[in-house]
Design a protein. Structure first.
Length: 85
């Protein structure tokens, strides 16, 4: 399932690394993210996983940075029913 990591904005790949990669990371969304999962409350459970930004850095060596980038935008000025032929 590719949910683009539950981010609410586009991700720009600036790594310049070509190819396809298959990897797994363990993370828990922050409470402010829509798919938040509460950490386990059982004793003896493993420590909670890091948030996405920390997991990307710690487990893959990739850093997610928030910044402004130009992006394509579709603007719809008006909508109407098609005319009959």
């Amino acid at each position: 399932m590719n949910r683009y990591m539950d981010l609410q904005w586009p991700v720009v790949d600036d790594t310049h690394i070509a190819g396809k990669f298959d990897f797994d990371i363990t993370w828990i969304p922050k409470p402010s993210q829509p798919a938040a999962i509460p950490p386990s409350s059982r004793e003896g459970s493993p420590p909670p996983a890091p948030d996405l930004f920390a997991a990307m850095d710690e487990q893959l060596g990739l850093e997610l940075k928030a910044r402004k980038e130009p992006t394509d935008v579709l603007v719809i000025d008006a909508v109407g029913k098609p005319s009959e032929n």
